[in-house]
Ligand binder design. Sequence first.
Ligand code: CU
Length: 64
Amino acid sequence: MQVVLTVPKLACAACVDTIVQAVRQLDPQAQVEGDPKTKQVRITSERSMGDLGQALAQAGYPPA
Ligand SMILES: [Cu+2]
């Protein structure tokens, strides 16, 4: 399943790294791409959108 989340606090490549780590803790197989320009994070994972959103929120990047 692929989800696209908008993360207003996504500002730079370091933010992307933090988000990637947070998602990989939940699902080591997940594919994660973030774009600071569009504030969008694209995640391919078997985990639910709710779980993914919660992982981002806990890392300090709550989805809008
Ligand atoms: Cu940043």
